[in-house]
Design a protein around this ligand. Structure first.
Ligand code: ZN
Length: 285
C-alpha cells in the first residue's frame, strides 16, 4: 500500500470518528452539562409567574421541567417579528408552557422544530384556496398561533401571556400549537401522535373517533359560544373542525381543566394521561 492510500484511509477514519463524536458523544456531554447547571433564579421567577401551579409540583417534576426548559432554550431559535423583542421573559414563558407537554415523556425536545417566530400580537396570514375549477382565491385570518410541519411555530406574544394568565379557562395557544407539533411527528397531522404500540393505537383511535364525532354532533346542534357555556361542555367546539384540532383542544382541556375533563370524558382523559405520562389534577389544579 502506498503512502497516498494510507493518507486516504487515515482521512476516512478521522471522518468516521468526527461523525461518531458529533452524533453520540457531543449530545450526551451537552445533556449532562445542561442537567448539572443550576436553573437561573431569574428564569425560575418567570416560571413562577407564568405557571401558577409550579409551586405545587413535586420537587422531581419541578427539576424535570427546569431541565427541559434549559434544553428547549438551548436548542431552539427564537425570532422576533414585526418589532417583537426576544428576551428571557419571551423565551422562558414559551418554553415553560411547551415543556409541560413533554414533562414526563421520553422526549426528543420537539426534534423537528427549529424556529419559534414571535409577533407582538395577533398576526394576519393569507392562505390560497383552490376551488374545484382550479381558481385560486386568498383569505386572510388574524391568528394567535400557527404550527407548521417544516420546523416552525408562529406565536403572538400577547396571546402567549393571555394563555398563561388564566390556566383554568381551557384556552392556551402554546399548549395548542405544541400539541400540533407532537401530532406532526407521526408524519401526518391527523390527531394521532406517535404511540408506543399497536394496542395503544387501536384504543386511541376508538376513543378519539367516538369523542370527535360526539363533539361534532354537539357543535352542529349548538353553534354559539353562549350555548357552549350553558351546555357546560369542557371541550371547545373548535375541536369539532377536524381530528388534528380535536387533539389540540383536548390537550388544552387536559392541562387546564383536568378535573372536569376526567369527569365528563373519563376515557379521553385516560388516553391523554397515558400519552403525557402525568396527571395535572395532582397539582391541585
Ligand atoms: Zn390548531
Amino acid at each position: 500500500m502506498d503512502s497516498t492510500s494510507y493518507i486516504v484511509i487515515l482521512f476516512l477514519c478521522l471522518i468516521v470518528v468526527a461523525v461518531f463524536l458529533w452524533l453520540f458523544v457531543y449530545p450526551a456531554w451537552r445533556r449532562q452539562r445542561l442537567e448539572a447547571t443550576p436553573f437561573p433564579v431569574e428564569w425560575d421567577k418567570i416560571v413562577q409567574q407564568r405557571l401558577p401551579f409550579y409551586g405545587a409540583m413535586s420537587p422531581e417534576l419541578k427539576r424535570a421541567l427546569q431541565v427541559r426548559i434549559a434544553h428547549f432554550i438551548a436548542d431552539k431559535r427564537f425570532e422576533g417579528c414585526a418589532g417583537q423583542v426576544i428576551d428571557d421573559d419571551v423565551k422562558v414563558s414559551i418554553a415553560a408552557q411547551a415543556c409541560l407537554l413533554i414533562l414526563n415523556r421520553p422526549s426528543d425536545y420537539y426534534s423537528e422544530l427549529r424556529t419559534i417566530l414571535v409577533y407582538p400580537a395577533g398576526f394576519v396570514v393569507r392562505h390560497d384556496n383552490v376551488d374545484e375549477y382550479g381558481l385560486v382565491s386568498q383569505d386572510a385570518h388574524a391568528l394567535s398561533g400557527e404550527s407548521w410541519s417544516n420546523g416552525r411555530i408562529v406565536l403572538s406574544w400577547e396571546d402567549v401571556k393571555h394563555g398563561a394568565s388564566d390556566f383554568r379557562d381551557g384556552t392556551n395557544v402554546v399548549l395548542h400549537e405544541f400539541a400540533h407539533q407532537l401530532d406532526h411527528q407521526s408524519g401526518a397531522t391527523n390527531g394521532a401522535p406517535l404511540l408506543t404500540d399497536r394496542h395503544s393505537n387501536q384504543q386511541w383511535a376508538a376513543v378519539f373517533s367516538a369523542e370527535f364525532e360526539r363533539l361534532q354532533a354537539l357543535a352542529m346542534s349548538y353553534d354559539t359560544d353562549f350555548i357552549q357555556m350553558i351546555n357546560d361542555e369542557v371541550l371547545d367546539f373548535y375541536g369539532a373542525t377536524e381530528p388534528a384540532e380535536f387533539f389540540a383542544v383536548a390537550t388544552e382541556a387536559f392541562f387546564e381543566k383536568p378535573g372536569e375533563l376526567a369527569v365528563q370524558h373519563p376515557q379521553l382523559f385516560e388516553q391523554l394521561q397515558n400519552y403525557y405520562g402525568i396527571d395535572p389534577r395532582l397539582w391541585g389544579h
